[in-house]
Design a protein. Structure first.
Length: 347
């Protein structure tokens, strides 16, 4: 299990508050045995009819390599502390999920003051680890739900999906930034442009793109690639179209592409969310949940990626950050799982 930290049953129990007469998700999800190798873990999960594998990536080298703010290191912990304390009931058993653990990043994390070039080299090393683990998860037939780290990790996830499905991937990303910046060295702002150049990204749609947070050069590159977008201002400010109409358009184009779908969400998009680039001019969490549910239910999703959450950046302190990011990510996870299960019923 090189470059991988398993999430064990003991860890699961330590963060769970049990009550008589209740069953928490922590009591029903599957965890990773430290003594088992990945093949055995996956075989056991397949026998138990697991569909979703939850993975954490605790790092902020990608945002810092993009000359941004750090802090995106502990979203996985905050999410699991909330998610695993939710109820197991008729709406979600929890038996569909394996909480696998986190990709090892501690040796890649660098202190403040390190130059961008050094950080970008470590992002490349992280790319290799993401591709290695997530490719194995996908090859075993599971849908990864990936939490934490910068949006640089979209590159590794898209590469994993391409390797698994042997074809290009169609991505939709709820994000004020297109992350299609120049390929100047790997960082959180160019995961999709690198994926496009590598042949992994075949179609790309940005929902909620902020009209003044993307350079003209980036927009030109995205246009040249054939990328599409609905801006934040067109939907939520000028009300030129509705979110529902935009999602119908996106779903049609994703399905017409006949590619596996990458469902991406940058927590920066949500109003005042503690993140690497939090914003006062964001969208409501409920709209983000509707986005996730709609795409999950109506397209052939290969994975779900929640990037950039940074609990330590909360204005009220890290404890408040843990609560808010943990609760928000838990709701987003549930929206995805429920949408995928409904998609299966429809099919």
């Amino acid at each position: 299990m090189q470059h991988f930290i398993p999430f064990t049953s003991q860890q699961c129990q330590q963060i769970t508050s049990l009550r008589d007469g209740e069953t928490k998700l922590a009591q029903t999800v599957h965890c990773c045995d430290t003594k088992a190798n990945l093949d055995d873990t996956f075989a056991r999960a397949q026998n138990n009819h697991v569909r979703f594998v939850i993975i954490g990536i605790g790092e902020d080298i990608g945002p810092r390599a993009n000359l941004g703010r750090g802090g995106a290191t502990d979203a996985f912990e905050s999410a699991m502390a909330q998610f695993l304390n939710l109820q197991s009931n008729r709406f979600l058993s929890g038996k569909e999920c394996l909480v696998l653990g986190q990709i090892e990043t501690r040796d890649l994390q660098l202190p403040e003051g390190i130059d961008a070039d050094t950080l970008r080299k470590n992002v490349e090393r992280l790319d290799e680890r993401v591709i290695s683990l997530v490719s194995q998860v996908m090859a075993a037939g599971f849908e990864p739900i990936v939490i934490g780290g910068g949006h640089n990790n979209a590159y590794g996830l898209l590469m994993s999906a391409k390797l698994t499905h042997k074809k290009k991937v169609a991505a939709v990303n709820l994000d004020p930034h297109s992350d299609f910046r120049p390929r100047e060295g790997r960082h959180s702002g160019n995961g999709f442009s690198y994926a496009a150049a590598s042949g992994a990204l075949g179609y790309y749609h940005v929902l909620g793109l902020h009209e003044l947070k993307n350079s003209e050069q980036t927009l030109e590159q995205l246009t040249a690639f054939g990328g599409h977008w609905h801006t934040l201002q067109s939907i939520w400010v000028r009300r030129e179209t509705t979110l529902e109409s935009a999602l119908m358009d996106i779903i049609t184009k994703l399905n017409d592409s006949q590619m596996p779908v990458a469902l991406e969400l940058d927590l920066d998009a949500i109003i005042n969310m503690p993140s690497s680039a939090s914003t006062a001019a964001g969208i409501p969490l409920m709209d983000a949940l509707y986005y996730v549910s709609s795409i999950a239910k109506n397209t052939p999703c290969s994975y779900f990626h929640l990037a950039e959450a940074a609990p330590s950046c909360h204005v009220a302190g890290i404890a408040a950050g843990y609560r808010e990011t943990g609760q928000s990510i838990s709701e987003l996870i549930y929206a995805y799982i429920q949408g995928r299960l409904q998609s299966q019923q429809i099919g």
